[in-house]
Design a protein around this ligand. Structure first.
Ligand SMILES: *[C@@H]1O[C@H](CO)[C@@H](O)[C@H](O)[C@H]1NC(C)=O
Length: 358
């Protein structure tokens, strides 16, 4: 299915008024007041950073687009019946009228019938992976319901980690499922998933009625590579652990980035007295930049750093919907970097090294 979640985070307008809305889009929804860590999923884009059960229920059929359509058809039929035709013919006319109405369905009608794709966007601490157990789900395939577990996040058709940066192909990262709940317990209703990084997504499209209970847990890992940032100010350590791999840290907000320590590249590169902020490929390097969407492949570069230093480097501001630091490693060297990242604010415009197109 075409998984598209409309989110307006890319609409970063460089004006003061724009900031509150940008902030609001990414407020998290942990609710410590609820006992037993039970959370109700109410927003279509629900960001979760706490372990526990996440419950979604769609009961009221009056809210569904299909039902509104049925009500409209009934009203139309009633209208046709009231046109003063003889009762016997009236029923036929109303049936015909309804049919024509449905047949001549405009693009707008179709749009309305297109059910919304929503998601439980899970984000853990940088050194964790996400585990989602479907304790229960009632997403009937026959009514067009569909659920999907995504190893990463998806927004507007773009993925984090980027399609090329992940060790699994996209087909393996997206697992779609639905069921016919009436067959339970003949058909098992449990599912279990694990992500490869601290970000995972449970998508659902439930047009008529349905429900699910998803249990979210986090597990520590020792060699995190791709990390989605939730803190608005923190230090992050990146390392390739000697491997040929590219690791990305992305923040879903405009960010100020500085380097706390650095050790990237071969001996000759590290022996240089100054950190090089313009290292050319194919050398190992730390790319700093940003993009409007989630995939780091399309990111614009502000700097590409290599060398060695343990002094705090200068701050630079990335004014993009997504700010990204990406460690590109050939596997020939032990690369590591510690970066300090914080949310950019209007005064940081002065140290901007990249401003993404709107
Ligand atoms: C890492 O990224 C570089 C440049 O973007 C690319 O040439 C290389 O193939 C990537 N390596 C891996 C292991 O994906």
């Amino acid at each position: 299915m075409k998984l598209v979640v409309y989110l307006y985070f890319s609409m970063i307008v460089l004006g003061v008024q724009a900031w509150p809305s940008v902030k609001r889009s990414f407020e998290l929804f942990p609710n410590p007041a609820v006992p037993h860590n039970v959370h109700t999923v109410s927003d279509c884009m629900h960001v979760a950073s706490e372990a526990g059960d996440y419950i979604f229920k769609k009961l009221n059929p009056l809210n569904s687009a299909l039902n509104r359509e049925a009500v409209l058809l009934e009203l139309e039929a009633a209208g046709a019946a009231g046109m003063g035709v003889v009762p016997g013919e009236g029923a036929a006319a109303s049936g015909g009228g309804g049919g024509a109405g449905a047949g001549a369905g405009t693009a707008a009608d179709v749009q309305e019938l297109q059910p919304e794709v929503c998601g439980l966007y899970v984000m853990g601490e940088p050194d964790t992976i996400v585990e989602i157990t479907m304790k229960h789900y009632d997403a009937n395939c026959e009514t067009g319901a569909l659920m999907a577990f995504v190893d990463g996040w998806e927004l507007n058709g773009e993925y984090f980690p980027g399609i090329k940066d992940h060790h699994r192909p996209l087909e393996e990262r997206v697992y779609e499922f639905c069921n016919n709940y009436r067959q339970w317990p003949r058909v098992s209703n449990k599912k279990f998933f694990r992500s490869s990084q601290n970000a995972a997504l449970l998508q659902y499209r439930i047009p008529v009625r349905g429900s699910f209970v998803a249990n979210v847990r986090f597990h520590k890992i020792t060699q995190p590579c791709n990390v989605l940032v939730q803190n608005t100010a923190a230090m992050y350590k990146m390392s390739n652990f000697g491997q040929a791999r590219n690791c990305t840290i992305s923040a879903l907000f405009p960010a100020v980035v500085s380097l706390a320590s650095l050790r990237i590249g071969g001996k000759s590169v590290r022996a240089q007295p100054k950190v090089n902020y313009d290292c050319q490929l194919p050398s190992d390097r730390l790319e700093i930049g940003g993009s409007a969407g989630l995939d780091a492949i399309g990111m614009e570069l502000a700097s590409a750093v290599c060398g060695a230093s343990s002094d705090l480097g200068p701050e630079q501001a990335i004014f993009c919907g997504v700010s990204t630091v990406r460690l590109v490693s050939s596997g020939r060297y032990q690369n590591q970097a510690a970066i300090v990242l914080r949310k950019a604010d209007v005064p940081d415009m002065e140290i901007a090294t990249l401003i993404c197109a709107l």
